[in-house]
Design a protein around this ligand. Structure first.
Ligand code: SAJ
Length: 444
């Protein structure tokens, strides 16, 4: 199948890079977004998303004339839906005492509705938004069939998950393997032909519900694996063990790959997607549910760790009341500037609830404004007055900090490292009492 014109609905973290990449590969693309701010920003030659290299690709796409922006879909050979699927706010359900969140699929439904007037025989529609299993068949198909056309026979319909890592989206979009699930084999083939325009990795055809499950299984597996690492950290503290040493030794086994404990799981994907399984099959998902509980509980574990460090290092009192804490790192993971859904900011709020005075330093967004968080304009300002230094994100620049130099900038002598980011011996030699999450040997 040939594609001369594509309409991409939703110009966010996935839609905009995808639309731009199609455009720079010679396809006419109409990017659609309902948010007037997004449209204005893009029309003004700017980009509303922080992603390395994205601005250059968007500029090239717009300049070539191949990428245009519109508030509503227009007729095209293919339609791609890449809108957010967040949770419903303040709405929950419960199964045997397990309270779970519910996906808000209204944006997917609205995108499909908007495509209906433009849908013609022979078109292809692809849903990319991460969705609960059977969304393509149970939600999207009936909406699109309001056009009078039949999915699978009159038009092709697929689900194809994005699998790109924030920070490396443009490279992974092209290089990663792509799964394309069709409501019929012919639909999958049409989806294959669409992505073949720029995807260099394998493009594998399957059915739509399998493709939906693949995406959720990937992120759920990662979430459960991080949860077990976090639980191992708690066990290691109980048994007087250094979890980081234990993990590195266990990982010498050829079939074991334990991930890293930390202050919790953030971002827009791994802490969200497992709920789509829980919501659609709560009776089958106690493990997935409990893994979420462990990871969501990790910021509380960090707060306890800080209390223990203060108690051990400061003569018995474990209260955080009035304690000044320099929190290093607020991003949701290392070496990115995305501060949303970040366990580090959850830790800061919890510390403040206990009466601590926290100054946070985020080198990737020094001027960010975060509600309820005192953002320091420089590392030195965060450190100046601190009693405790708390490392929350393993940014490379924190790993490379010189403890001797830090010691001259602060009166803090207690360091709590939640991510195994600092060189233990060097910090101890520089006069710090060093405490590490999951490591009860660190303070010895
Ligand atoms: N984390 C840990 N320990 C680890 C690894 C990660 O605590 O050992 C934490 C991170 O600090 C972060 C969170 O988990 O807070 C998630 O980070 P991540 O790097 O694991 O994943 P994301 O959310 O940036 O991107 C994931 C990717 N999925 C997988 O690796 C299976 C990406 O490929 C997906 O496209 C993306 O989710 C998505 O959009 O679904």
């Amino acid at each position: 199948m040939n594609f001369h014109k594509i309409c991409v609905v939703g110009l966010g973290y996935i839609g905009l890079p995808t639309a731009s990449t199609f455009a720079t590969n010679g396809v006419k693309v109409v990017g659609v977004d309902t948010n007037p701010h997004v449209i204005e920003t893009l029309k003004g030659g700017n980009v509303h998303i922080h992603e390395p290299g994205l601005r250059t690709v968007v500029e090239a796409a717009v300049k070539s004339g191949n990428l245009t922006i519109s508030p509503i879909p227009v007729e095209a050979d293919a339609f791609l839906i890449a809108v957010p699927t967040p949770f419903k706010e303040h709405e929950y359900d419960e199964y045997e005492g397990r309270r779970y969140k519910l996906a808000d699929m209204s944006m997917v439904a609205a995108a499909a509705e908007a495509i209906v007037p433009c849908l013609r025989k022979g078109n292809l529609v692809v849903l990319e938004s991460t969705s609960p299993p059977r969304t393509t068949i149970d939600l999207v198909t009936p909406i699109l069939e309001k056009s009078g056309l039949q999915a699978g026979s009159d038009f092709f319909l697929c689900y194809s998950p994005e699998r790109v890592l924030p920070g490396q989206i443009l490279r992974e979009l092209v290089e990663n393997a792509r799964v394309v699930g069709g409501v019929t084999p012919e639909s999958a083939r049409a989806g294959h032909d669409l992505y073949a325009i720029f995807v260099e990795g394998d493009i594998i055809e399957t059915d739509a519900t399998t493709a939906e499950m693949v995406k959720l299984m990937e992120n759920t597996t990662r979430d459960v694996n991080i949860a077990i690492a976090n639980e191992f950290a708690r066990l290691a503290e109980k048994f007087g063990v250094d979890v980081w040493e234990a993990i590195s030794l266990a990982n010498l086994h050829p079939r074991i790959n334990i991930l890293s404990p930390g202050p919790g799981v953030g971002g827009h994907c791994i802490s969200v997607d497992p709920w789509f399984f829980v919501e659609t099959a709560p009776e089958l998902t106690p493990l997935i549910y409990n893994a979420r509980q462990v990871n969501d509980g990790q910021p509380h574990f960090v707060v306890k760790k800080v209390m223990q460090a203060i108690s051990a290092g400061g003569g018995g009192s474990s209260t955080l009341q009035g304690k000044k804490i320099a929190a290093l790192g607020l991003a949701y993971k290392p070496d990115v500037d995305d501060l949303r859904e970040s366990p580090a900011s959850e830790v800061v709020h919890l510390l403040q609830n206990e009466g601590a005075k926290v100054k946070a330093w985020e080198p990737f967004k020094p001027n960010a404004i975060m509600k309820g968080i005192d953002m320091a304009p420089t590392l030195d300002v965060a450190l100046a007055d601190a009693d405790v230094i708390l490392l929350l994100v393993k940014h490379t620049e924190f790993v490379n900090l010189d403890p001797a130099q830090i010691a001259s900038k602060t009166k803090a002598r207690i360091v709590v490292d939640c991510v195994n980011g600092l060189k233990t011996e060097a910090w101890k030699q520089a006069g710090f009492q060093y405490y590490r999450l999951g490591d009860s040997k660190s303070s010895l």
